[in-house]
Design a protein around this ligand. Structure first.
Ligand SMILES: Nc1ncnc2c1ncn2[C@@H]1O[C@H](COP(=O)(O)OP(=O)(O)OP(=O)(O)O)[C@@H](O)[C@H]1O
Length: 674
């Protein structure tokens, strides 16, 4: 196979210099590259449909016999029209072709053919315009559709591919080692290539595709893992046993299946003898904190220390409150930037002596003075706010501790795996029981008073409400500001209600006091900037009203909306915006239509592109030829596990059985051949 890679495409029969340039333009300058130039789609000709039952305007195959010699008529503009009458035995149909003098030679009277195209109905007649065709006796069941370029037709590519196969040796070197092929039920390379280009059936195409997708993702994962230099060394922090059942018994609720699964996967990692590197992804409110707590519990029970790092002080405080409640008996401290130097020193001392078992905090945990006795587990919340280097800084405080990243931002899984190829993934794809869909309404500002009437009713019923404004103070633009809004709400909109204000410029102590008042029900309406965006958990809050909703991205709106609907009461999200541009209207409409964070993130991704989604454009990842990140997730997971296993024993892919993979990795990542 390798030598084929070098063979210029001109060496194929029927490919001259000019055509070779066109192939090169499509990314296939060599015979090897042509074999890896996969069709972009397929036409299924295997189930011809009777003429009368054919769906209209949808491509389909029809089997028919030519009734009489095609007629030829000259029409306006020097064009020639060919008409062909066919029958399937029950019904007739007319086919039309323009300017194709070969039609009468190719379509013979009395012979049976398969025709592929769209059927149209014209009065009482059915017809097809310029369908493709081939003789019914030797027609392939599935036809490939290649990406084309001007001057190079599908037939030319098919013929070049056919000639390339003629050059292939019967026994091809296969980059995927045989034992892996067997284990995952993957066909051989030659079979895969033949059936991806010229499938004998849709089933064979599926078999071929499965193997090629696996191979591509395996090579990608091997490359990513090697890039990140994370092939594994044994861990000194092996968890001796699984104490999660004991923890689950402490919970005031029954964990969901997804929570149990995630805990099991992570505990399995920690018991494996290698450091854990796992990403837990769950939509807003899916219960990630309970999973984090389970792992802290298990780590602490076996004599390790654990650290949980949150992106904001508010969130750190909230996690501290939740975890200290859940993990009674575990010696836990809160470490944030607002502590005095003396307090920080005292905490560091008790971390070094091993007296403290669990520390929860902000990036203050990273500061130089903080050291641990035996840091075994590091959990970071919201990976991409921290960045890989900060994660590494925390890891360096221990002896290669187990790492868990929790992400509430629903990065499409596919993208997460592409980018964090070094992390295993657990997805919390199940909501705690009793959750109801949050009904979302997008309205203009003139409906604000009505919205307040609704809020008033909710407050009277004992519920609470968030109102989000983009600004803290009134500015030159007419955007809603927290301070001004609070004055109006107190005076005009909700007189007599207990109203609190929260924004990033307040002192940590003030913020904490407001948060505590809100979560303990002493405040009914919290008027806030987006500081509440991530992680706030007050299940009694049932209304989220967002002013100037046009200011926010879809994922951010979804995060904000996720602050309600966390209990069993029906919750509502009201998006207020007077912006009428198409983009805003489309975005707000998406919010009203779905509550599924992953769908929203995909949509966001579509609207903004992956670069913007993460705040920078390029990830430098190689382009995939066949794997589709929206449907091949399971294969990606398998490929990741296999890649890790391979690198564990052969980090440089030097073993003879891995040579083929090594060559593919170099080809994909460095554009080099061995
Ligand atoms: N299995 C469960 N059954 C019932 N309630 C649960 C369950 N798991 C978690 N909860 C509750 O659901 C709420 C949300 O949980 P949690 O805060 O862990 O979600 P999260 O995934 O961190 O959400 P977010 O990303 O929005 O912060 C909490 O009030 C928590 O107590």
């Amino acid at each position: 196979m390798r030598s084929l890679f070098y063979k210029k495409i001109q060496e194929l029969k029927g490919v001259g210099e000019k055509r070779a340039r066109l192939f090169a333009k499509l990314g296939a300058p060599t015979v090897g590259a042509l074999l890896r130039f996969y069709p972009r789609a397929y036409e299924d000709w295997s189930n011809p449909i009777p003429i009368q039952q054919a769906p209209l305007d949808v491509p389909c195959a029809i089997r028919g016999t030519v009734l009489e010699r095609p007629s030829e008529t000259r029409i306006r503009g020097g064009m020639t029209l060919y008409k062909v009458k066919i029958t399937d035995g029950d019904s007739d149909m007319e086919l039309t072709y323009f300017n194709n003098p070969y039609i009468p030679l190719m379509l013979k009277e009395g012979e049976e053919y398969l025709f592929y195209g769209k059927v149209k109905a014209n009065f009482l007649k059915r017809e097809m315009s310029a369908p493709q065709f081939c003789s019914a006796s030797d027609c392939p069941a599935v036809h490939p559709i290649y990406p084309l370029t001007k001057g190079l037709s599908g037939r030319m590519i098919e013929s070049a591919v056919k000639n390339a196969f003629a050059l292939l040796p019967d026994a091809m070197q296969d980059p995927i080692p045989e034992d892996i092929r067997m284990q995952y039920g993957l066909c051989q390379l030659r079979y895969a290539l033949e059936n991806i280009h010229r499938p004998r059936s849709m089933e064979d195409l599926g078999i071929a595709r499965k193997r090629l997708v696996f191979e591509e993702l395996l090579v990608l994962q091997l490359g990513l893992l090697r890039l990140k230099g994370r092939s594994r060394t044994e861990s000194r922090l092996r968890l001796p046993r699984d104490d999660s059942a004991e923890y689950f018994a402490l919970l005031p609720f029954e964990p969901t299946g997804a929570q149990r699964r995630a805990v099991k996967e992570a505990v399995g990692d920690m018991m494996s003898g290698y450091p854990m590197n796992r990403l837990i992804q769950g939509d807003v409110g899916s219960g990630k904190t309970a999973v984090a707590a389970a792992l802290c519990y298990c780590a602490v029970r076996s004599g390790m220390q654990a650290a949980l790092m949150a992106p904001t002080e508010i969130l750190a405080r909230q996690h501290f409150a939740t975890l200290s409640g859940l993990l009674k008996g575990v010696r836990t401290v809160l470490l944030t930037g607002s502590l005095t130097a003396a307090k920080k020193r005292a905490i560091s001392e008790s971390l070094q002596s091993g007296e403290i078992q669990l520390v929860i905090g902000t990036h203050a945990i990273l500061s130089e003075g903080i050291a641990f006795q035996r840091l075994g587990l590091v959990i970071t919340d919201e990976q991409h706010r921290f960045g890989v280097s900060q994660r590494a800084a925390l890891a360096s405080k221990g002896d290669d501790p187990h790492m868990l990243v929790m992400s509430a931002t629903p990065i499409p899984r596919t993208l997460a795996l592409m980018i964090y190829g070094d992390l295993d993934l657990s997805v919390l794809d199940e909501m705690p029981p009793g959750r109801q869909k949050v009904d979302t309404y997008a309205v203009t500002g003139d409906k604000r008073l009505r919205a307040f009437r609704f809020i008033k009713k909710q407050i009277d019923a004992g519920r609470q409400c968030y109102i989000i404004c983009p600004m803290i103070e009134e500015g030159p633009n007419d955007m809603a500001s927290v301070n001004e809004y609070a004055v109006k709400t107190r005076k005009e909109w909700l007189p007599g209600c207990k109203i609190g204000v929260l924004h990033g410029k307040m002192k940590p102590k003030e913020k904490e006091a407001v948060m505590t008042d809100f979560s303990e029900g002493r405040i009914s309406v919290l008027i806030s900037t987006t500081v509440v965006e991530v992680g706030m958990d007050v299940p009694n809050a049932t209304v989220m009203m967002i002013e100037n909703a046009e200011r926010y991205g879809l994922s951010q709106l979804h995060q904000l909306r996720g602050r309600v609907g966390r209990g069993t009461d029906k919750s509502i999200c009201i998006l207020i915006s007077d912006a009428q541009n198409e983009d805003t209207v489309a975005r707000l409409k998406t919010m009203c239509q779905t509550n599924d964070g992953f769908r929203i993130a995909e949509q966001d991704l579509k609207l903004r592109g992956p670069g913007d989604f993460f705040g920078h454009r390029q990830h430098g990842l190689p382009e995939l030829k066949i794997a589709d990140m929206t449907q091949d997730m399971n294969v990606l997971k398998q490929a990741q596990a296999v890649a890790r296993e391979i690198l564990r024993t052969d980090a440089d892919l030097k073993a003879p059985s891995h040579r083929g993979l090594r060559a593919e990795v170099r080809q994909l990542f460095e554009n080099k051949t061995d």
